[in-house]
Each structure stands twice: as C-alpha cells, then as structure tokens.
Design a protein around this ligand. Structure first.
Ligand code: FAD
Length: 120
C-alpha cells in the first residue's frame, strides 16, 4: 500500500497550483506551486477567501456560474483573470472539484490552476 505521506508530497511538489478550501472557499491548504504562482506565502493565504486572487477583470456572471456548478457537487473548469500579490494579472486555467464527506455532503473544495498566459 502507498504510504499516506506520499499523497502529501505528491501534491506538495506538483507543478500545478493546488489549494484545498472549506465550503465557502476559505483556504485551508496551499501547495508550493500556489505560493510561487500567486506570490503569496501560505501563512498569508491561510484562512483567506480565494477571492484574494481575483482581479476586477472577471465578469461576476462567471463567478455565479462557478458557484452554481460546484454547489451542485459538480466540477467547474474555466479561465479567470487572477492577480498576483505583486499586482500582475495572469490567466488562470482552473479546475474546482467538490470533496464530499461520507454522507455525500459538500465538505471541501479542491482548486487546481496553472498560468495559461504564456501559450508558447
Ligand atoms: P463574491 O462575493 O465571491 O461573489 C461572486 C459571486 O459568487 C456572487 O454571485 C455570489 O453569490 C457567488 N458566491 C460567492 N461565494 C459563494 C458561496 N459561498 N456560496 C454561493 N455563492 C457564492 N476566484 C478567483 O478569482 N481566482 C481563483 O483562483 C479562485 N479559485 C478558487 C478556488 C476554489 C477551490 C474555490 C471554491 C473558489 C475559487 N475562486 C477563485 C472563487 C472565489 O472564492 C470568489 O467567489 C471569486 O473570486 C469572486 O470573489 P468576489 O469577492 O469578487 O465576489
């Protein structure tokens, strides 16, 4: 059997920015690539809403669609305009999937994103 530590290290060392949030998008965990891409340290983002990454360039209707999807316990994929701590905007290609408890109720969300600004 795979040691549980491997799951942590695999996520920690993934080149994809990965975060785990509560059901309202408050950040509970962020991996190393999340820190590198966003410019925020874990200490700075823990307990904060993912909206700290939001720039004002994403239309509200996109967020509404995102929330409607994930609250139906479905996976949302899409592109948002995110802003780093330094104030640089980038295209975030995002996947958000629900994490359900044993009763099938929403408990956490898993967010994964990469910088899609540079295509080539
Ligand atoms: P909000 O106040 O969040 O409102 C925007 C719309 O979303 C409104 O229509 C509101 O009704 C709806 N909404 C917000 N919170 C809830 C809720 N708890 N339940 C139901 N509806 C709700 N945003 C980014 O910009 N960049 C990211 O990289 C990003 N990653 C995310 C990762 C995860 C795992 C999750 C769960 C969310 C992520 N979000 C991300 C969305 C983020 O939480 C905010 O909803 C978004 O940034 C808009 O923030 P806001 O303060 O402008 O508007």
């Amino acid at each position: 059997p795979l040691p549980p530590r491997l799951f942590f290290e695999a996520v920690e060392q993934s080149p994809v920015a990965i975060s785990i949030t509560d059901h309202r998008a408050a950040i509970l965990y962020a991996n190393r690539a999340f820190e590198t891409l966003t410019g925020y340290s874990r200490e700075e983002v823990l307990g904060q809403n993912e909206s700290i990454l939001s720039s004002n360039a994403t239309p509200p209707s996109v967020y509404q669609q995102l929330w409607r999807t994930i609250q139906r316990k479905e996976t949302w994929t899409g592109t948002l305009v995110n802003r780093t701590k330094a104030g640089l905007d980038y295209l975030a290609e995002l996947i958000i999937s629900p994490v359900l408890d044993r009763d099938g109720d929403l408990q956490y969300f898993l967010g994964m994103h990469r910088d899609a600004t540079k295509v080539h």
